[in-house]
Design a protein around this ligand. Structure first.
Ligand code: FAD
Length: 335
C-alpha cells in the first residue's frame, strides 16, 4: 500500500513507531527507506539513553554515550524523512475501519495508521539507596559491563534466582564476588541455594548503611558500609530486582504476554494482534542494542511485506489490465 495523497492528512501514516530506542528507530529506518510514510513518537529517556558508554556495537566506539548514539540515529531518520514527535503515546485504539486500522493518541494529537510498532522497552526496578551512579559502580547489564570487572571486587545486589545466577556467572570474570541480600529473604529455589553455597561467593545478609567513593576517581564507587559495622570495597556491581515492562499500550490492544512479562511475537515481530508489532527489550531474548536492532530490522521488513502493493497475484493483475486489453483489441479490429 502506498499513502493515498488525497485522503491522507499530516496525522495519517502507514507506520507509527512508539518508542525511539535502538529497536524502534531501526524499524523506522527500514520502513522509511522501504518507502512507507513512517512516524516515530518518543518521550525520551529509556535504557539506551542511560548508557554512559556504548559497548558491543560494532562500528560504534565506546566513547559514544547512549544519548550521542541516539542523536546520530535520529539524524539518520530525519535525513530520510521519518516524522519524529517528542511526545508520549497514552492510548492506542482500533478504528474499526479496514484502513487506517489504528488511532494512536498522544498528549498533543491523534495519529492514524495501519501498522503499529511497540518498542517501549522496560524500566529496571531500582533498589533503595544508597546507590552509586549508573555506569560508575551501579550496573544493570551483565553482557554490557561484566568485561570491565575482570579481576575486580564485585557485588551483586538482589535475592532472587536471577541475582544468584548473575553472582555465579561473575566468577567467570573475577574470583571476588559478594551477593548482597540487604536483609531480604532469598527467593531462589533449594537447588539454586545448594549450588550457590558450593560456589566461592560471600552471601552478605545485612543492610547497607552507607557508601564511599573511590580515592583515585571519586566519580566511581569505592565500597559500601554495612549496618553490622563492616566495610567492603567494590569496583562496582549489578542490581538484580527485575524489569517493569512498558506494556500498558500492548495490554490495551489485547496483545498476549509471556510468563516473564514480555510480549509474545512471531519471527517478524508481529504480536498476537494483526498489525501490531513489538521488538527490543519489550520482547523475549537478551537485552542488547545489536539484538534490538536486529529485531527492529526483521520487523521493518515484515511490515513492508504486509503493506506493499507489488508483486500482485496474477488474477488481480489481469483484472487491472482487462479494460486496456479490450480497447487494444477493439483498436486493432478497427485497423
Ligand atoms: C545502564 C545501561 C547500560 C547499557 N549498556 C549497553 C551496552 O553498552 N551495549 C548494549 O548492547 N546494550 C546496553 N544496554 C541495554 C540496551 O540499552 C537495551 O537493550 C536497548 O536500549 C533496548 O532497546 P529498546 O529500543 O528496546 O528500548 P529502549 O532503549 O529502552 O527505548 C525505549 C523507548 O521507548 C520510549 N517509550 C516508552 N513508552 C513510551 C510511550 N508510551 N510513548 C512514547 N515513548 C515511549 C522510552 O522513553 C524510550 O525512549 C544497557 C542498558 C542499561 C540500562
Amino acid at each position: 500500500m502506498t499513502r493515498n495523497e488525497e485522503t491522507a492528512t499530516d496525522q495519517t501514516h502507514e507506520v507509527v513507531v512508539v518508542g525511539g530506542g535502538p529497536g524502534g528507530m531501526t524499524t523506522a529506518l527500514y520502513t522509511t527507506r522501504l518507502n512507507h510514510d513512517t512516524a516515530l513518537v518518543d518521550r525520551g529517556g529509556g535504557r539506551a539513553a542511560m548508557m554512559l558508554d556504548t559497548h558491543n556495537v560494532i562500528g560504534v566506539t565506546e566513547e559514544n554515550s547512549g544519548n550521542e548514539f541516539l542523536q546520530t540515529a535520529r539524524e539518520q531518520l530525519e535525513y530520510y524523512g521519518t516524522e519524529l514527535y517528542r511526545d508520549t503515546v497514552t492510548n492506542i485504539e482500533r478504528t474499526g475501519e479496514a484502513s487506517p486500522r489504528f488511532a494512536v493518541e498522544t498528549g498533543e494529537q491523534t495519529l492514524y495508521t495501519d501498522a503499529v510498532m511497540l518498542s517501549t522497552g522496560f524500566n529496571d526496578i531500582r533498589p533503595e539507596p544508597p546507590l552509586p551512579r549508573t555506569g560508575r559502580g551501579l550496573h544493570w547489564c551483565l553482557h554490557c559491563d561484566a568485561y570491565m570487572f575482570r579481576d575486580e571486587s564485585v557485588y551483586v545486589m538482589g535475592h532472587d534466582e536471577g541475582a544468584a545466577h548473575v553472582a555465579m556467572i561473575m566468577l567467570n570474570f573475577t574470583d571476588d564476588v559478594d551477593l548482597l541480600l540487604r536483609e531480604e529473604e532469598p527467593a531462589w529455589s533449594e537447588e539454586t541455594d545448594e549450588l550457590l553455597r558450593a560456589h566461592p561467593i560471600d552471601v552478605v545478609e545485612t543492610e547497607i548503611d552507607g557508601m564511599f567513593r573511590d580515592d583515585d576517581d571519586p566519580s566511581w564507587l569505592g565500597g559500601f558500609e554495612f549496618e553490622d559495622g563492616t566495610t567492603r570495597e567494590y569496583r562496582g556491581g549489578f542490581a538484580m530486582y527485575g524489569s517493569d515492562y512498558n506494556a500498558d499500550l500492548a495490554d490495551g490492544l489485547g496483545c498476549e504476554r509471556n510468563d516473564d512479562g514480555t510480549i509474545t511475537v512471531d519471527e517478524d515481530g508481529q504480536t498476537s494482534v494483526e498489525g501490531v508489532y513489538a521488538v527490543g527489550d519489550l520482547t523475549p531474548g537478551n537485552n542488547q542494542i545489536p539484538i534490538a536492532m536486529g529485531e527492529g530490522a526483521e520487523a521493518g521488513i515484515g511490515i513492508h511485506k504486509s503493506l506493499r502493493t507489488y508483486p500482485k497475484p496474477l488474477d488481480e493483475l489481469s483484472t487491472d489490465t482487462e479494460p486496456e486489453t479490450e480497447q487494444a483489441s477493439a483498436a486493432s479490429a478497427d485497423d
